[in-house]
Design a binder for this molecule. Structure first.
Ligand code: GDP
Ligand code: MG
Length: 594
């Protein structure tokens, strides 16, 4: 146990975590030249394409220093603001963290938020100044920022280039020397923290854990404390690039367990594994995930509802931050109301459902949660606009607010403040970190920030702004439900909850936008926006002149059917609502009105 080190790499996105992980794996000979590729741990196709880490990854390395061989368990984590939950789970399994800061960019918003997470979990921090090879690197200035931020000594900061392989051995030495070995009682009752799970279609669910006390052996009878379910540990092992079975995983170490678990809901990330005989209590895990954005997910083909449920269950195994429950929509039928960490998360879930599970799905208008206080004195948590009570029954509504931290260059302060005020934000603080770098603090409605705020911020600051936010509580707000009617029928899946001040403008623009998005059909489509009974805007989609079927007039029916079939295939993510066909983009239109 004294030769084990568990650590993670934390950083702002793109500061070089995954590349540094590559070098560490190479240096320690964990991955050989033949297997090596850039960002080797990002094994999901989606991660490779987008060049981002979505999931945390655990891998074990061996490193020899002064004649002693050490077991180093590395956990790579994502950096995007949407995925901080993955970071918090990894942190709970570690004693130390490499804090990577890009020498050409300096300290950014997620550098700070991830650092705070690590410090809150008592991790030893090793600051690493990365990308010193870049001509634009500012090692002195960024070192000052790091010293200021964590209160370390200047000489504690390791200068490195993950790309060029500079400073790698020094980092590994620091991991061994500075990070304490795990504590725990090897002879105590078994307590292992589940911090991740992976779905394997052949062998069932692989549970990734960190042993806090005791030892887990192959063949042990184990129990998951929260679910109370019992299993035989068919296989335990360590994680290299591939899984390597072992007879046992000792106290302090990280490993995986396979015991033929098929049901996703049996594995709860944050749960504790213990022995059936002589069981221990649950480890205090980490906070439950807090979804920020809610949206419905529906199969395009109504008959695929059960397939979608199965896909969601499997996906959830790989993505503990996805939450969902069944929901029905008058317009779309059976589907699921899902909670996401943010819009990137939503996009990724939708894309993974399509790629990994071959599902074609529609996601409905995303929304944050609202609290509605009714005239009867009830308090209702609303996750879908369709759950909103009638206006006459509403006493008042509260919406979630967030504390927002933005770090930017001095020249962008003006435009950023303007943007935040447009988004109903209130500036709370403005601190010059250096003569050119400013930290702005705002309070703002979550609803204004989760959708396209980040993109806007990036645009107006030419990329020189980083963002972080955390929930700050509920505030009363004058929100109304904006309904959309197509040919007189309200389409619940298109409703949105918006601020009253913005409602008229939104209704008008939304109708215009929908007019562009809805494909023309054989008949006219009336698009109306309404608040309660009151119609506030209207547009019309003209009827299609030329009948697509006209071509086949006189032709045989099979040809006609084939043509329709062909059209159906081409039309992905399109749902028939009443008589009107609504494409996926229509549900996202409300987010793109400005
Ligand atoms: P992550 O988001 O923190 O995992 O960052 P990545 O490891 O994916 O790196 C982001 C980008 O920075 C990639 O294009 C890397 O090639 C590049 N990068 C990483 N480390 C270095 C470095 O030390 N020097 C230079 N010049 N580029 C680097
Ligand atoms: Mg990465």
């Amino acid at each position: 146990m004294k030769n084990i080190r568990n650590f993670c790499i934390i950083a702002h996105i793109d500061h070089g975590k995954s590349t540094l992980a590559d070098r560490l794996l190479e240096w320690t000979g964990t991955v050989d030249k033949r297997q090596m590729q850039d960002q080797v741990l990002d094994d999901m196709d989606l991660e490779r394409e987008r060049g981002i880490t979505i999931k945390s990854h655990a891998i074990q390395m061996k490193y020899t220093y002064e004649g002693e061989t050490y077991t180093l368990n590395l956990i790579d984590t994502p950096g995007h603001v949407d995925f901080s939950y993955e970071v918090s789970r990894s942190i709970a399994a570690c004693e130390g963290a490499l804090l990577v800061v890009d020498a050409s960019q300096g300290v950014e918003a997620q550098t700070i938020s991830n650092l705070y997470l690590a410090i809150g979990n008592d991790l030893t921090i090793i600051p690493v100044l990365n990308k010193i090879d870049l001509p634009g690197a500012m090692p002195e200035e960024v070192s000052d920022q790091i010293v200021e931020l964590i209160g370390c000594k200047r000489e504690d900061i390791i200068r490195a280039s993950a790309k060029e392989g500079i400073g790698i051995d020094e980092i590994l030495k620091a991991v061994v020397m500075r990070i304490p070995p795990p504590q725990g009682d090897p002879n105590g009752k078994l307590q292992a923290l589940i911090f991740d799970s992976v779905f394997n279609s052949f062998r069932g669910i692989e549970v990734i854990f960190r042993v806090k006390n005791g030892t887990i052996r192959k063949g042990d009878k184990v129990k998951f404390v929260a679910t109370g379910k019992e299993y035989i540990a068919d296989e335990v092992g360590i994680l290299k690039l591939q899984k390597e079975p072992r007879e046992q995983i000792e106290c302090g170490d990280v490993g995986y367990l396979i015991s033929g678990i098929k049901q996703a809901r049996e594995v709860k990330v944050g749960d504790t594994i213990t022995h059936v005989q002589n069981p221990a209590e649950a480890i205090k895990g980490f906070e439950d995930v807090k979804p920020m954005v809610f949206a419905g997910i529906y199969p395009v083909e109504t008959s695929e509802f059960e397939d979608l449920r199965e896909a969601m269950e499997k996906l959830q195994l790989n993505d503990a931050s996805l939450v969902w429950e069944p929901e029905t929509s008058a317009a779309l039928g059976f589907g699921f109301r899902c909670g996401f960490l943010g819009m990137l998360h939503l996009e990724i879930v939708q894309e993974r459902l399509e790629r990994e599970f071959d599902m074609t799905v529609i996601t409905t208008v995303p929304s944050v949660q609202f609290k509605v206080y009714t005239t009867k004195g009830e308090e209702k948590l609303i996750q879908a606009p369709s759950d909103m009570p009638e206006p006459v029954h509403i006493e008042y509504i509260e919406e979630p607010f967030v504390k927002v931290q933005i770090i930017t260059k001095a020249e962008y302060v003006g435009p950023i403040i303007t943007l935040c005020m447009e988004k109903r934000g209130v500036i709370k603080n403005q601190v010059y970190l250096t003569t050119d770098r400013v930290e702005l603090s705002f309070e703002m409605p979550l609803a204004e920030i989760v959708f396209d705020f980040f993109d806007k911020l990036k645009t107006i600051s030419r990329g020189y702004a980083s963002l972080d936010y955390e929930l700050a509580g509920w505030r009363e707000s004058d929100m109304v439900k904006l309904d959309i009617m197509l040919n007189g029928d309200t389409v619940d899946a298109l409703s949105a909850i918006v601020h009253r001040k913005k409602a008229y403008e939104w209704g008008k623009r939304l109708c215009e936008k929908l007019k562009d998005l809805l494909p023309r059909q054989q008949f006219e489509i009336a698009i109306q926006a309404a608040i309660g009974q009151k119609v506030i805007a209207r547009e019309t989609v003209k009827a299609l002149r030329k009948n697509v079927l006209a071509k086949c007039y006189g032709g045989d029916i099979t040809r006609k059917r084939k043509l329709l079939e062909k059209q159906k295939k081409g039309k992905k993510r399109m749902r028939q609502i009443g008589t009107v066909e609504v494409p996926q983009e229509a549900f996202m239109a409300v987010l793109k009105l400005e």
